[in-house]
Structures are given as structure tokens and as C-alpha cells.
Write a protein that binds this ligand. Structure first.
Ligand code: XIL
Length: 380
């Protein structure tokens, strides 16, 4: 458990002496966690365990800004299952220790997905043992952290209407090996293992105004309604919210209708993986930062009208830790700038957008006097 010792040993409370944001007060009452709390929201990041352990500036931002975190990779099958019969909980344990020490809630991500499966899975899993493999994994992992998690992404990205099935389900290894019941099996196993965590269905593309987005919303609602009819324990939906700048036509009214349907089913709603890809914007940093900030503001001003939204997380802390450069590289090879902090841990215009969208939320308490006046945007 060296990892746990290192993470918790190095953590310091809100009175941290290292200040990673010279000249810009985004701490204390001016932090996103405080602005979020005023709007009855949790705010946080997907975090990288190695960075959290080794990088003081990165860790200080997480401690200052986050009331909830989610491991970017540390709780996925690939990280937890080095072999079929062995679990490695070192990073996952250390993250929970860090979160509890700093009174930050932890979301688990994820228990069942078609990606990030270990290499042995394709070679060894088969129709005879996949059901048992899935249930054992969920019992072991969700059971280990029972009572200490805010929520679990139990099933991730199960809908892909392009696969052509009438029910819209993705043709995933789990579907092929276990059958269409795999989603129900996963949720029931998770509830048994951890009755306290909010059990979440997490999906991308739900926020998109494209025809694909409309199909995905319809198929997702159909799946969720069917699960609810069968008393399957689903508590929340994660709308990933990976945006692409410039979002000239966000799915405003359709997204709000979708969220209202989720609320009517009794679901809580998380904006679970926000970032704004600038792949299609020109190179100038000022322009990119401005357009990305506008997209954060526009999207959140719409999505936060829905009162069942209770948490907003970005997928990464700072621009150096985004996975978008690997997944959606820019043609000019410049690094993407999709997050709220730049790679030197300076707050960007998008930070102000998110803060202001929290403040604007219907019913939010008025912003504390000091916050807006002490914040100065860098390089504008
Ligand atoms: C991504 C991570 O950011 C990468 O580091 C990893 O290589 C692949 O997975 N939707 C999800 C996340 O639910 O788990 C994905 O995370 C990003 C898209």
C-alpha cells in the first residue's frame, strides 16, 4: 500500500501553502467547489493517480477545487485485473484514501464497459464463464469499497444505434458473451455489493444535436424505461458531455427534454466527463480559449436549468492531462486546450465560464462579494 501512504501522506488541507495560481485567486470562496455548492452542485475532475501522487501543483488544484473526483483509469478492468485470477487495488485504494482524507466524494468508473478490458479478456473469456466473471468482478470491486463511494458507473456506453439492433444496444463483448441481460445483471450485482452508492448508467453523445444524438437519446430512454419497469436498481444517468468546439448548435431543448424524462423516471443526473475539444479551431490560443469558454458557458447555462443535475465533472484537471491529444489529435499537432486549467495550472477563461454558469443557476445563492472581483483572467 505504498501508493496509499504517499497520496494521503502528502495531502494538505484547504490552508495549503503551495499556491499554484500566482496572481489569480481561485481558492477558498472563489473555488469552483464553493461556487458549485452555492448552486447545490458537486464539482470535480477525472484524476490520474500517478499525477496526484507525484505532482504537487496538480494535487493542490484537486484539493482546492473538487468536491467529487473520479479515477480516469484506475478503477477500470484493465487497471484492476492484471490476470484473470488476480486483482490489483493499489491505485484505487490510494485514491479512496486521498478522497476521504480531503473530504472529497469519489465516483467509481466503471464496472462494465466494452473498452479498457485487459488483454487476457479476449483470449480467455467465453460464453460459459463471462456471466460469472462479470458478477465476481462487481462483487469484489464494488464490495471492497461498499459504503464509501458516492456513485458507480455500473455500465458505460452500452448504446450504439449504428450497430443496427432494434433495441439500440451496442454489439459489445458483454452482449455477445452474456446476452442482452448483462446490463440488468450488472446493476443488480452492484446493488447487492454496495447498497449505498448511486448506481449510474454513463453514456456519451447524449448531448449532441446531431441525428446520432437524437437516436442515442431515444434508445437510451427506451433501455432505461425497460430497466425501471423490471425494477432494476438504476439511480442516475451520467451524461458524459464531451463537446466539440465550436458548438454552434448544441442540443438545447432536446437535451432538456431528455433530462426531464430521466427525472420523471426518478434518476439523478451527472454531467460526468466534460471537456471541449478544440481540434477544429484555428491555432491562435486566445481564440481557442475564448471559443472553448463560450461552449462551456452555453452548454452549462442550458443543462443546469434541469434541477436534477447534481454534479459536474471535467475529464481531466489541466490541459496537459487531457486524453484528447491521443484520441483526437489536431492536424497542426498543437496540444489541445479543452479544460479549465492550462498546462501550467493557470485558470483559463473556461474556468470563469463554469463559475459564472454555476452562479447563474436558478435559485443559486448570490455570489459572495469577493469572488468575482478578485478573479482576473490570464492573457486576455
Ligand atoms: C479514457 C481515458 O481518458 C484514457 O486515458 C484511456 O486510455 C481510455 O479511456 N469515455 C469514458 C472514459 O467513459 O473512460 C474514457 O477515458 C473517455 C471516454
Amino acid at each position: 500500500m505504498a501508493g496509499a501512504a504517499m497520496l494521503s501522506g502528502c495531502s494538505h488541507g484547504p490552508q495549503t501553502s503551495t499556491h499554484p495560481l500566482p496572481g489569480i485567486d481561485v481558492t477558498g470562496k472563489a473555488s469552483l467547489r464553493e461556487h458549485a455548492a452555492n448552486a447545490r452542485l458537486l464539482f470535480g475532475f477525472a484524476v490520474n493517480t500517478a499525477q496526484l501522487r507525484s505532482n504537487r501543483s496538480y494535487r493542490a488544484i484537486v484539493e482546492q477545487q473538487a468536491s467529487i473526483i473520479v479515477p480516469e483509469n484506475a478503477m477500470k478492468w484493465r487497471a484492476l485485473r492484471p490476470s484473470m485470477d488476480r486483482y490489483d487495488f493499489e491505485d484505487a485504494d490510494s485514491l479512496l484514501t486521498f478522497a476521504e482524507k480531503n473530504r472529497i466524494k469519489l465516483r467509481g468508473h466503471n464496472l462494465c464497459w466494452h473498452q479498457s478490458l485487459p488483454d487476457w479478456f479476449a483470449a480467455s473469456a467465453n460464453a460459459a464463464d463471462a456471466h460469472r466473471l462479470l458478477v465476481d468482478h462487481i462483487r469484489t470491486v464494488a464490495g471492497r469499497y461498499a459504503g464509501r463511494m458516492h456513485s458507480w458507473d455500473v455500465v458505460n456506453e452500452a448504446i450504439n444505434t449504428r450497430d443496427g439492433r432494434a433495441d439500440g444496444l451496442r454489439n459489445s463483448p458483454w452482449l455477445r458473451l452474456v446476452g442482452t441481460d448483462y446490463i440488468e445483471i450488472a446493476f443488480r450485482s452492484a446493488r447487492e455489493a454496495d447498497p449505498a452508492a448511486l448506481l449510474t448508467y454513463n453514456e456519451y453523445g447524449l448531448e449532441s444535436a446531431s441525428p446520432d444524438g437524437a437516436e442515442k437519446r431515444a434508445a437510451t430512454l427506451q433501455m432505461l424505461r425497460r430497466l425501471k419497469q423490471r425494477n432494476v436498481p438504476v439511480d442516475a444517468i451520467g451524461i458524459q458531455s464531451h463537446l466539440h468546439a465550436p458548438s454552434t448548435q448544441g442540443a438545447g431543448p432536446e437535451l432538456l427534454r431528455f433530462m426531464a424524462s430521466c427525472r420523471e423516471m426518478g434518476l439523478e443526473i451527472f454531467l460526468s466527463e466534460m471537456d471541449v475539444s478544440d481540434r477544429d479551431l484555428s491555432a491562435a490560443i486566445d481564440t481557442r480559449d475564448r471559443v472553448v469558454a463560450e461552449d462551456y458557458r452555453g452548454f452549462l447555462n442550458t443543462a443546469l436549468q434541469e434541477r436534477r443535475v447534481t454534479a459536474v465533472l471535467t475529464w481531466g484537471v489541466d490541459d496537459a492531462s487531457t486524453s484528447l491529444n491521443a484520441e483526437q489529435p489536431r492536424k497542426d499537432r498543437l496540444a489541445q486546450r479543452p479544460l479549465l486549467f492550462d498546462s501550467r495550472y493557470q485558470a483559463k477563461p473556461s474556468f470563469a465560464s463554469v463559475r459564472d454558469a454555476f452562479d447563474a443557476r436558478l435559485g443559486a445563492a448570490p455570489a459572495r462579494a469577493a469572488a468575482p472581483s478578485t478573479f482576473r483572467l490570464p492573457r486576455l
